[in-house]
Structure formats: structure tokens, C-alpha cells
Write a protein that binds this ligand. Structure first.
Ligand code: MN
Ligand code: MN
Length: 313
């Protein structure tokens, strides 16, 4: 009977990998679409909506709200409802989105240089990602990869962002226990075969650290059970657990269903039930570029699931 059990586990593992690959292929297609969409004059909310709708049309689910982070903003900006922000000339734009199939996530990001004069910054992030991917295999330590990223970005004359990093992915889990840092750290953990990582690199002309802005448009329900007062809060909690299954969501996604969403968010954050993803930025006037792919670790390398064949990771 042990043999049957083993066989079942093998099938389960294979199905899991197929789901990651399917999520990855949807992400790869959307990466291509973005080239047409991300232009001077495009409203940010149009990019967010288009990416999230495309994910669903192609048979996936958004693993988190589409992030569109401009210039010194490094991460976590998504359009609030009725966002009027428009992409401007001379800017650098990071689009970061995630696709999941039954909780198996592909997380990827591209930087667009809208005549910023910092195309080298985009190259630095992309080259660092390429070096990281080329060197990931079972048995390598996460800090060794961090060192390679650090060196590559420094080689270009920029700073890696030290407080942002690549991360392990798991079923309905965006940030697992292991990280792949952007900098050389003294210690790390061993990368193992079958693990799935979002590898992401950030190059900055600024300080190489981010601070939290006093606003957030992305939230996640924390696994705590505290009674809530408002009906709209209860409704939000129900949707977040049934539909998003603990994954992050945007206020924009729920404003039609829950008209009093602002009050619900206030009650739930005050009670420590909602985690707020504050917008993260490097210092004023700086520029940040990002590159990200999701990979599956193999014995002798890794499989990049978020790029199509022929496209350089
Ligand atoms: Mn991402
Ligand atoms: Mn990520």
C-alpha cells in the first residue's frame, strides 16, 4: 500500500507544478500585453483594471492587486477607487502583478522607462535578476544569491534596496519563510529542490532603503478572531476569507459591493484585523527599477515560469 500512497503524492506534486506553470503562462502573456498598455498618458487605474481583468479572462485569479509604482515609489501602490493618476513623461514605472490557480502563485514585475533618462537603472535590475536566476539551484544559499544581486547592481553604480527581497511562494501564501535578499548578508538558508520563489531585484539611485508612506490601498486579513461591530466589516471579512482566502486585496475591488468600505477598513485596521500594505518609497527625487520572475528550483538550476520561450528572463 505504501507504493500507492507514494504514487498519489507524486501525482499531487505534478498537479501542483502544472498549476504553477499555468499561472506562469498567464503572467507571461500579460507581460507582453503591458508593452502596449504602459504609455505616457495612460491612467494608472486603467493598467490595474486591465491586468486584473486579463488574468481572469485567461483563466486565473489575481494573487494580489496589480501594483503600479512610479519613480521613487518602490512597491505597493495600486489605484484607489477613482484614481486620477496618469503616467507622465520622464518617469520610470514598475508594474508588478500576481496570478494564482487554486492558490499556486506566479509573481512577476516589469519596469518601463518612459524617457526617464534612467534606462541603465532598469538594465541594472534586469541583469541582477538574470544573474540570480542563472545561479539558483538546489543546495545554493540564499545569501550567495543576494551577494550576486548586490554586486551586479553596484557594478552599474546603483544601490540595491536592502529592505525588499525575493520570497518563497506556497499555496495561498505570498511570503513564505525564506527570502532571497537584494544584498550580501552574512547568513542564509539553503535553497531546496521543488521550492518556488519569486526572485525580485530592486536598483535605486537613492538611499537603497524604503520608508512607509502614510497611506495604503492594499490590505490583507490577519488570522485573528476579534468581534466586529459594523455590518460592512463582517461583509468584508466574509468576502476576504471566501473569495481571497487570505491573499491581499484592494479597496477598489470591493467599493461597489460594500459602499461603506472606508468605515469597515477603519474598524478592521483599528482592531488589528487588517494588515495595511503601506506604499513603500525611497527618498524624494530618487528613481527605482524592479525586475521579477517566479522560478521552480530543480537539481541543477531552475525553471522560470513567468517568461515565454525566447524571451530573455
Ligand atoms: Mn511581485
Ligand atoms: Mn514578489
Amino acid at each position: 500500500m505504501a507504493e500507492t500512497k507514494e504514487r498519489e503524492e507524486e501525482i499531487e506534486e505534478q498537479e501542483k507544478i502544472e498549476k504553477y506553470r499555468k499561472a506562469g503562462q498567464i503572467a507571461a502573456r500579460i507581460r507582453k500585453e503591458l508593452n502596449k498598455l504602459v504609455k505616457v498618458g495612460t491612467p494608472v487605474i486603467e493598467i490595474c483594471n486591465r491586468v486584473e481583468n486579463l488574468i481572469k479572462e485567461l483563466g486565473g485569479n489575481p494573487a494580489f492587486p496589480c501594483n503600479v509604482s512610479i519613480n521613487n515609489i518602490a512597491a505597493h501602490y495600486t489605484s484607489p477607487p477613482n484614481d486620477k493618476t496618469v503616467l507622465e513623461d520622464n518617469s520610470i514605472v514598475k508594474v508588478d502583478f500576481g496570478v494564482h490557480i487554486d492558490g499556486f502563485i506566479a509573481d512577476t514585475a516589469i519596469t518601463f522607462d518612459l524617457n526617464s533618462g534612467f534606462e541603465k537603472l532598469k538594465e541594472a535590475a534586469e541583469e541582477a535578476l538574470r544573474v540570480a536566476i542563472e545561479n539558483i539551484k538546489a543546495g545554493v544559499k540564499t545569501n550567495e544569491i543576494g551577494k550576486l544581486i548586490h554586486e551586479k547592481i553596484r557594478e552599474h553604480g546603483y544601490k540595491p534596496i536592502r529592505d525588499l527581497s525575493g520570497h518563497l511562494l506556497d499555496e495561498y501564501s505570498l511570503h513564505g519563510a525564506k527570502i532571497i535578499p537584494n544584498i550580501a548578508l552574512p547568513h542564509g538558508e539553503t535553497i531546496e529542490v521543488g521550492e518556488v520563489y519569486a526572485v525580485e531585484t530592486f536598483a535605486s539611485t537613492g538611499s537603497g532603503t524604503v520608508h512607509e508612506k502614510p497611506y495604503a490601498y492594499i490590505y490583507r486579513v490577519l488570522p485573528v478572531r476579534i468581534p466586529v461591530r459594523l455590518l460592512s466589516s463582517r461583509k468584508l471579512l466574509k468576502i476576504a476569507s471566501e473569495r481571497f482566502k487570505g491573499l491581499p486585496f484592494a479597496e477598489r475591488w470591493l467599493v461597489k459591493e460594500i459602499p461603506a468600505i472606508k468605515l469597515a477598513i477603519r474598524e478592521l485596521t483599528n482592531k488589528g484585523i487588517l494588515y495595511e500594505y503601506h506604499v513603500l518609497a525611497d527618498e524624494r527625487e530618487s528613481m527605482v527599477a524592479q525586475a521579477e520572475h517566479t522560478i521552480i528550483v530543480t537539481e541543477d538550476g531552475c525553471e522560470v515560469i513567468t517568461s515565454t520561450k525566447g524571451e530573455e528572463p
